[in-house]
Design a protein around this ligand. Structure first.
Ligand code: CTP
Ligand code: CA
Length: 223
């Protein structure tokens, strides 16, 4: 089939997408993780590919098929995700949808921890690399457009505006993940797009439609 340039406006562009959770091992049988199905990130990767982009999708552990035309790199931990994202550069745009675990244990146990009479095990936590902040401050290697996501349970837009400035990214897609919103694990998403010029409230849409709308906005910004 032939697609016109208008339909494939991202032809020749490379976009990096992170998606899914990360798993930070505690011992061989346990890990710390965020709640994330990966569906929104995979939908975004697919939508970008359909618009002609070369897409590198760095994915944490999820049970999803790779969208057609997308190059997928599977990782488990935040450190692996940060390395894979770095290796995927240069990119024209980066979209960080992953729910990266903020902390990992500094000392993964080589054997399974056992319950004991002596009390609870102690987990020593250290902070994980911030992939979005790192991409945003990437100097010459910085993608021209860096987009982050912010999952918030209250005061969604204000937190997202502060997060945009703190991370140094261009846009934040803020989503309401309060239990009442039903976003976690559901098929729909209610988001607000926070840019340097203001805040757009998008209607509640299927994650696929959010993905297409965002891909179109990215194409517009890169054109
Ligand atoms: N992110 C990232 N690497 C991390 C943490 C977060 O790339 N180590 C990205 C996420 O993919 C998302 C954005 O940063 O695009 C915001 O994530 P969020 O967890 O909301 O931000 P944090 O700075 O971790 O703040 P919070 O304390 O609210 O968790
Ligand atoms: Ca976080």
């Amino acid at each position: 089939a032939h697609f016109s340039a208008a339909k494939k406006p991202l032809t020749g562009r490379h976009v990096l997408v992170t998606a899914g959770p990360t798993h930070e091992p505690i011992d061989p049988v346990r890990y710390i993780a965020n709640r994330s199905s990966g569906r929104q990130g995979f939908a975004i990767a697919g939508a970008l590919a359909r618009m002609g982009a070369r897409v590198t999708l760095v994915a944490g552990p999820v049970a999803l098929d790779t969208p057609p035309g997308v190059t997928r790199i599977d990782v488990e931990t935040a450190c692996q995700m940060a390395d894979a994202a770095d290796k995927a550069l240069p990119a024209d745009a980066a979209v960080c949808v992953a729910a990266v675990a903020d902390w990992r244990t500094s000392d993964e146990a080589s054997g399974k921890l056992k319950k004991s009479q002596d009390g609870l095990p102690h987990l020593n936590l250290v902070e994980n690399p911030d992939i979005l902040a790192r991409l945003s401050s990437g100097g010459k290697r910085r993608p021209g457009l860096v987009v982050g996501f912010a999952a918030e349970t209250d005061d969604v837009v204000n937190h997202a505006m502060a997060k945009r400035l703190r991370k140094g990214c261009d846009w934040i897609v803020a989503n309401d993940v309060s239990v009442e919103s039903g976003v976690m694990g559901g098929g729909d998403n209610t988001v607000h797009l926070v840019t340097d010029t203001g805040v757009e409230d998008w209607p509640t849409l299927p994650k696929q439609a959010v993905a297409e709308r965002l891909a179109e906005r990215i194409a517009g910004a890169l054109s």
